[in-house]
Design a protein around this ligand. Sequence first.
Ligand code: KIV
Ligand code: NA
Length: 273
Amino acid sequence: MKLSIPELQHSERPIVMVTAYDYPGGKHAEAGGVDMILVGDSLGNVVLGYDSTAPVTLADMIHHGRAVRRGAPNTFLVVDMPFGTYHTGATDAMRNAVKIIQETGADAVKMEGATTEILQVVDNLTRNGIPVVGHVGLMPQTATAQGGLRAQGKDDESARLTVEGAAALEQAGAFSLVLEAIPARLAKLITERLTIPTIGIGAGVHCDGQVLVTHDLLGIYEGEQKKIAKRYAEVGQIAREAIEQYAQEVRARQFPARENSFVMKDDVLDKLY
Ligand code: KIV
Ligand code: NA
């Protein structure tokens, strides 16, 4: 059963969120019983092979979001607004968010940041009935300007900006907030101050929920081991071994076996000879 926003907000137990990027990913997430699925623009890194999320387009997000929805029709679905699709004014942001909602069947959109401009966009979308998840701390879309992919909120200025941004996003109407790569105690403080649920990734155990990139947790994406992720399986290794075994069996004429082949009657065959 898909949870409603009030149910998510009043959840007695931690909210479980994972990313998904395609039909089987959506199916696995829903069958695994998560509370929310995120079609993250981490798509760029873990599925499309870019070295950042910046090249990901609206069309990419819609293409993958639709596939996830087909696999997970009964789970609360959030789709990331990609870089550049909510930075050119509230009208453009509204148009792009509507397109995402209409074409993917998502329940909400997510966007990074808490600048005056972003807060205006959040305010405008939520006033017009589009639920928004905020995202502060490490913000991969603009990580270059943040000094690279590194934890945020560690010094006075950055901690203050993160706390104020979180509060401002709640004020602007965000119904939930992702906290990425900030100290656990800062995430605890933000979680205590806000009414809306915080969903952490690399933000400690005190958040109201947790999100992980599925390709990290399954070991499908085997880039350098990230501190903020935990590998619960080695699917990449399993895939490699299976393909090696297939290759070996083809070369040894062990595959296809009898049970993989079709049979025909001898008399039909005899007429062909
Ligand atoms: O794109 C993504 O996967 C995300 C999560 C890490 C929160 O934004
Ligand atoms: Na993202």
